[in-house]
Design a binder for this molecule. Structure first.
Ligand code: ADP
Ligand code: ZN
Length: 767
């Protein structure tokens, strides 16, 4: 080489919707800085674009290669062992590899270009990490009681103050001062009397900036926990790929098992990833781990600011974390020595990303574990049919924790047949809250116990209907009915957010006969206010949870027994232990059951089991009442009887007969366009194309079924007309191959048609 000018060759993925990777050269000084996992700037089709170095290579053909323009990163953003994983993702989900990597990297990267080779400061960890706070607790050996204070001589709020201290079993001085102007004085007084004690405690801050106290010392494990941990440790020591399904009922103590498993992996020199389905759960789990492992814990989720996420990312890439905790995107945590991946609530559909790069984080995590010789644990109280099937056929190991830690009884579940309370065409209170449920709520109120009511639809009504001609008002952008929201007096589209004032006259028959029909959470709250005017009712759904910190406020009021009845959507079904909740009512189990989706039964069973788990957490056993028009549906009966196995066997029978997953692989090809006829025409052409490809095949034809093209159940969404083609195959390999051919052939059909093709592999949303 002339004058020893250094020249190397790199394989680059560009952050553009193009297939394949490209070879570039790096020369001179830049060659020393090049490395796998760094971003580069390259010229591509006359544009300057970001690329990612996948490999340093020795290409056969070295002619006509372009030089890269620059190297962006001083240090790699992902380790070399992730390249194979990105390639698998791109191949399986038929998504361009550069965009896979772009999705994987924190969004902060796109707004912030690093300044030098300095590591970022520990900013986020310092702010949200461990703090010490003065806590006030009742002194051991003393008995504090309201009767101790003399109302004539004490400050007016002293009773309230003592109640807070007694109930909370430990509260920070800061919190006391916030609640009471004379808080410092009151604390002083009762400390001097010898009843209260001040101590310094470690706290972590939650997402709303509140301090939560967490014991840094793990409790001794139960016999069952030990048994499960033993098996997990055994597999970890083998340092090879294996999948465990941990079927542990809610409250069986899975978290402590996770913690110990992470400890074992760390001792073996390997790093762990723990995924949870949502941000709120990430925060509480991360708090527990931080209290014990300090800054060896990293957190990744979308509530971090871009800068914070970037800092976390770089720390992880530098090997400064033993465990990464996060939501779906923690799948891509750039750890270089993975050994353990844990997916908590593995059945949760939020592991599926529903936009752009449509991956399933649980499924992809199994592949990441396989590629890195790691152990993966899928934990759930109601495992997905897919995972349990894999455990049944021996592909996964099965671990079970069938009992709650404190041996509490599971709640007693009653199913109410709502056909008994139907009759009049307008919705009566009885058809929202049936007499048996009403009676149970009344009893619970009288006993000063709390109730949760669950309904998976927000708003006041389901439809806005003309009582004369039957016309329902629909969204102009989406083929769905508008929901009436009394608060604000709006008709709202739950798909695109379109809103209008309700018109006086029916647009179809011009009569003044439009009325709300059916009901949502807002209507349930109104009904409760009529029936139980004295009850303190609160609503928890997307409408009331708009503002940051609202969720924590509502949960805190529930915890402090300032709420008697909490009405809400899916949000009320997850997490959080409240011992005083002794009744759960499911207003309608039919909404999820009637979805046009092969998982409707599975989702209903999971929802009912999960919401039932919100009760009976204290000393009093819980009660659950489920209202439904399908009282004999197998999913409802199995949930009533706490019988996972029976549900599993009935559900798998059905799936097998209909060739649905896990007995087949499916892909949903969706065509979206602004014109209804054009979209329909392109869908037809795409259908023909698929049949032509299949005709040319010598083998595997019979293993593939093509359904459609048909209009999607939601035929128009956000202004786009929607057609879909469902492809099923018993062999995923055949399906994958077909999809690739379709993908190649589609460019010609789609070109300048204004119609877009979306390929959704292993789809969750069938609407
Ligand atoms: P899961 O995640 O299985 O629903 P958790 O891990 O939340 O259950 O545990 C339920 C409760 O039991 C928690 O309050 C936890 O602190 C407590 N717990 C777990 N393990 C033990 C143990 N070995 N001894 C005492 N309490 C425990
Ligand atoms: Zn809409």
């Amino acid at each position: 080489m002339a004058e020893g000018l250094k020249k190397i060759y790199v394989q680059i993925a560009v952050a553009l919707p193009v297939n394949g990777t490209f070879t570039y050269t790096v020369t001179g000084d830049l060659a020393d800085k090049a490395g796998v996992g760094k971003r580069v700037l390259v010229s591509f089709s006359g544009r300057k674009v970001t690329g990612y170095i996948l490999r340093i290579i020795q290409p056969e053909n070295r002619k006509g290669l372009k030089d890269i323009i620059n190297i962006i990163d001083p240090y790699p953003l992902f380790p070399p062992n992730m390249v194979e994983f990105f390639e698998w993702l791109s191949n399986y989900y038929l998504y361009p590899i550069g965009l896979v990597i772009k999705t994987a990297l924190p969004t902060g990267l796109n707004v912030r270009i690093p300044y030098g080779t300095e590591m970022p400061p520990k900013g986020w960890l310092d702010r949200v990490g461990l703090l010490k706070r003065v806590f006030i607790t009742v002194k051991k050996g003393t008995f504090l009681d309201r009767s101790l204070f003399d109302p004539k001589r004490a400050p007016r709020n002293e009773g309230e103050f003592l109640e807070m201290i007694i109930k909370k079993k430990g509260v920070s001085l800061q919190e006391v001062k916030k609640a009471f102007n004379n808080g410092a004085y009151l604390v002083d007084k009762w400390v001097k009397k010898g009843f209260l004690k001040r101590s310094l405690r470690q706290v972590v801050r939650d997402i709303a900036g509140e301090n939560i106290f967490i014991s840094p010392n793990p409790p001794p494990l139960s016999v069952k926990q030990k048994e499960v941990l033993e098996k997990i440790s055994g597999k970890l020591k083998e340092k090879s790929f294996f999948t465990y399904l941990l079927h542990g009922v809610t409250g069986s103590g899975k978290t402590e098992v996770y913690y110990k498993a992470v400890k074992v992996a760390t001792e073996l020199g390997r790093q762990s990833i723990i995924m949870v389905p949502e941000i709120a759960l990430t925060v509480s789990l991360a708090s527990l781990f931080k209290a014990r492992l300090r800054d060896r814990v990293a957190v990744l989720h979308s509530a971090l600011s871009p800068g914070e996420r970037y800092d976390q990312w770089i720390r992880i890439a530098n090997g400064e974390a033993d465990v990464v905790i996060g939501a779906r995107s923690a799948l891509f945590a750039p750890i270089s020595r993975p050994g353990l991946i844990i997916i908590d609530e593995e059945h949760d559909s939020s592991y599926k990303q529903e936009e752009k790069f449509r991956y399933q984080a649980r499924d992809a995590a199994i592949v990441r574990a396989k590629l890195s010789q790691s152990l993966i644990i899928l934990g759930s109280g109601t495992p997905s049919i897919q995972s349990y099937q894999n455990a049944t056929i021996g592909k996964y190991g099965l671990l079970t924790m069938p009992e709650r830690i404190l041996k509490r009884e599971p709640p007693d579940i009653t199913v109410i047949d709502m056909t008994r309370f139907e009759g009049s065409p307008t919705v009566q209170n009885d058809s929202i809250i049936s007499p048996p449920l009403r009676e149970a709520i009344g009893e619970n109120l009288a006993k000063k116990k709390q109730t949760i009511l669950f309904l998976n639809r927000r708003g006041f009504s389901a439809l806005y209907l003309c009582r004369f001609c039957g016309e329902t008002l629909r969204c102009p952008n989406c083929e769905v009915s508008l929901t009436y929201h009394k608060q604000g007096n709006n008709l709202l589209c739950h798909y695109c957010g379109f809103r209008i004032q309700p018109p006086d006259r029916c647009p179809s028959c011009n009569r003044e006969n439009l009325k709300p029909y059916g009901f949502g959470t807002e209507r349930v709250v109104e009904t409760l206010r009529e029936v139980f005017p004295e009850a303190r009712v609160e609503r928890m759904d997307r409408d009331t949870m708009r503002y940051k910190g609202r969720l924590q406020q509502v949960l805190r009021r529930l915890e402090n027994y300032e709420t008697d009845i909490l009405v809400g959507t899916q949000m009320v079904t997850k997490g959080h232990d409240f011992p005083n909740i002794t009744l759960v009512g499911v207003i309608s189990a039919d909404l999820s059951l009637n979805n046009p989706d092969f998982r409707a039964g599975e989702i209903t069973f999971q929802l009912l089991s999960q919401v039932a788990g919100r009760t009976g957490r204290g000393n009093v056993p819980g009660r659950v009442i489920i209202q439904t028009f399908n009282p004999s549906h197998y999913a409802i009966i199995a949930a009533r009887d706490h019988d996972y196995k029976r549900f599993f066997s009935q559900e798998t029978n059905l799936r097998q007969q209909l060739d649905y997953p896990p007995f087949s692989s499916i892909a949903n090809l969706r065509l979206l366009g602004n014109s209804k006829t054009k979209t329909g025409k392109i869908a037809q052409q795409m259908g023909e194309k698929i049949h032509n490809i299949l005709k040319k095949r010598s083998s595997g034809k019979k293993d593939i079924k093509v359904l459609g093209p048909v209009e999607a159940p939601v035929a128009k969404l956000k202004g786009k007309y929607r057609q879909q083609i469902l492809i099923k195959s018993r062999r995923h390999g055949y399906l994958n191959q077909l999809l690739k051919e379709v993908g190649k052939g589609s460019a010609q059909i789609l070109s300048s048609s204004g119609v877009r093709l979306i390929i959704d592999v292993d789809p969750y949303q069938m609407m």
